[in-house]
Every structure is written in C-alpha cells, then in structure tokens.
Design a binder for this molecule. Structure first.
Ligand SMILES: Nc1nc2c(ncn2[C@@H]2O[C@H](COP(=O)(O)OP(=O)(O)O)[C@@H](O)[C@H]2O)c(=O)[nH]1
Ligand SMILES: [Mg+2]
Length: 322
C-alpha cells in the first residue's frame, strides 16, 4: 500500500514500509535535539498550569536557543498565541499540540510544486563547501537506482577543489552508477555539457550534477553557477528540473545566511538539510524553510549511502517532541 505520493520528477511513491523506515531514521537523527531544547519545550507544556506571559517568554527563549531564528520564533509564537486565544485554551498542556500544528504549517507554506516528469531529469546540486553535496548526490544516486530502478548518471562539476572529482567517482563506483568527469581544473561548464550529451545518448533517467561550493572573492562561485545553469538550459530548455540547495544543519543561522546567496544565481527549487544527526539544534530546519522559502525535500541522517530520508513536516515535528 502506498502512503503518499512523491511522484515528482523521477521519484516513485514511498511504500508504507519505506516511509516508516525513513521516519525512524529521522527520529534517530533528531535524538540530540529531542533530548535538548525540544524536550525542554515539551516540559514547559507538560502540566495543567495556566498560560502565563512567562511561559511564552520561556518558549521564545528556548526556540531561539534551538536555532529556530529570531524572526521565525516570533512568527511561530505569535501564531500559537493567536490559536490559543481563538480556542480559549486555558491549560499549558493544550498549547503543545497547537505549537506543533503551527510548526507543521510553517514547513508547508513552501510546499513544492508538482513537476512534470522529464527524461533525463536533471538535478543540479548546489551549496557551500562541506555542506554535504557530494554525499547527498551519492545518496540520491543510490536511492534512484536501487529503490526506483532508475538509470542514473553523475557529473563531476566541482572541478575546483582538489580530489573533489575523485570523491564523486568513488561514490559513483560504490553506488554502481557511471560518472562523467574531466578531472580537477577542467572547465565545469564543459563537464556539464558533456554529461548532458551522455545522458541523452545513453537514455539516462536521472542526471545529477555536482558543483563547487567555494565562497571566496577570488573564485566567483555565483557567476560560475549561473554559467552552468545557462549551459544546461541551452541544451535542454526545461532543465534543470530540480536545483537542490544543500544546507549543513550544524552551521546554524550563519549557514542559512550563506545558503541564501545561492537563491538568485542558481534558481534553487528544493532544499536538502544534512547532518541533523550532528546537532542538538534541529530547530534550524524551521529557519531554513522560512528564510530560503523553498520546500525541504530531503534530510541527511548520517554519512552512509542510505542515510537519507524524504522530509515530512508532520513526522519531523512529531520526532522533535516524541
Ligand atoms: N553526520 C553527517 N555527516 C554528513 C552528512 N552529510 C555529509 N556528511 C559529512 O560531511 C562532510 C562533507 O561532505 P561532502 O559531501 O564532501 O560536502 P561537499 O563539500 O558539499 O561536497 C563529509 O565528511 C561527509 O561525510 C550527514 O547527513 N550526517
Ligand atoms: Mg563535494
């Protein structure tokens, strides 16, 4: 039985079992967050005490500590207050579920649009160095190939950093998918050009393109990404079908700020949040959704190839408070 449709692009729906397994993964990666700030919030609302200003202040403080970000925190708290007033709620215990409902809604404000299936379905992966792009690509390749039976091709578009192309090639080998690479120092646009030709020629279902992430004046990353995008579009007018911005959850508010720089140059359509397993401040996901204004599509839950889960707002929020 299929639980819900993620029938975008070349994705197939998850089975109930797959969805449950991924929920368990997400839940495990949120262990630190659950033990920390979010457990604390849960305790704030664990009794039948009256709802006081102090309680709201404590909530605000905890959310900010949990990396939800000032703006998103105020937004969440105000919406929860409104809900409490509308319902004439009197007991602290009842606030928790209202807060959770508002949290889920926060994510759903930027629900993705259904994308027409395309072939090859071109995914451009962007983000700062170390965010987890290459690892995410390996996970996606593995998922597309082994779960959905798709024919996958990778493109080593990060030609800037030493060993970046080798790293992708190693992952490609592990995932059992081919990789177009021209080595370090090559023109990344040329790699992309060649990869699209190969994808069409070999009748590939999904082409995933790795890119550089160096944020430094000497190397104008945003110009480079725009160039890559133009090359893709010139060859395939409706591509890239997905521009996935990868954000490291452990980099906090600063990471979100850096990630925002990608919005303009690369036309980001979706977000992947990595390393949630490495932070107790899982609240960063709310800040990401609100600041980037794009749907979170994937969660990286570890360093292995199958440490990947589809993002689901309700199960994410449930896991934070479980
Ligand atoms: N714990 C954890 N580590 C991750 C995750 N995703 C990536 N990493 C690690 O983050 C580091 C940088 O990843 P990489 O894919 O090379 O980043 P890139 O520079 O954006 O391509 C590597 O050591 C990865 O193993 C994740 O979801 N959880
Ligand atoms: Mg990389």
């Amino acid at each position: 039985m299929f639980k819900r449709l993620f029938g975008r692009g070349q994705d197939a729906p998850r089975t109930e079992e797959e969805a449950q397994a991924e929920e368990a993964q997400v839940s495990q990666s949120l262990e630190k967050s659950r033990q920390g700030i979010f457990g604390q919030i849960s305790r704030l609302f664990a009794n039948d005490d009256p709802i006081t200003d102090e309680l709201w202040d404590d909530l605000e403080e905890a959310l900010i500590q949990g990396d939800v970000g000032l703006e998103t925190t105020l937004y969440l708290v105000n919406r929860t207050k409104d809900r409490v007033n509308r319902h004439g709620t009197k007991k602290a215990r009842e606030v928790r579920d209202m807060l959770k409902a508002e949290m889920v809604r926060t994510f759903q404000e930027f629900a993705g649009q259904q994308k027409a299936p395309a072939r090859p379905y071109v995914v451009l992966v962007v983000g700062v160095n170390g965010a987890g792009k290459t690892t995410m690509i390996a996970k996606l390749a593995h998922r597309y190939k082994h779960r959905f039976g798709k024919k996958v091709l990778l493109a080593a578009g990060d030609t800037f950093r030493a060993a970046a192309t080798e790293q992708l090639e190693t992952w490609a080998e592990r995932a059992g998918v081919p990789c177009v690479s021209m080595g370090q120092g090559a023109d990344s646009a040329a790699v992309v050009y060649k990869a699209i030709d190969a994808a069409v020629e070999q009748d590939v279902d999904v082409l995933i393109i790795d890119t550089a992430g160096r944020l430094q004046a000497k190397f104008n990353l945003m110009v480079e990404l725009e160039k890559i995008r133009n090359i893709i579009q010139r060859k395939m007018p409706d591509a890239p079908h997905e521009v996935l911005l990868v954000i490291d959850a452990t980099t906090g508010q600063n990471g979100v700020l850096q990630a925002k720089a990608f919005l303009k140059s690369s036309g980001v359509s979706d977000v992947a949040v990595t390393k949630l397993d490495g932070t107790s401040k899982g609240g960063i996901a709310f800040a990401i959704a609100q600041d980037i204004e794009r749907p979170i599509r994937y969660i990286g839950t570890g360093e292995k190839m199958d440490d990947l889960a589809m993002f689901d707002a309700q199960s994410f929020v449930d896991a934070l408070f479980a």
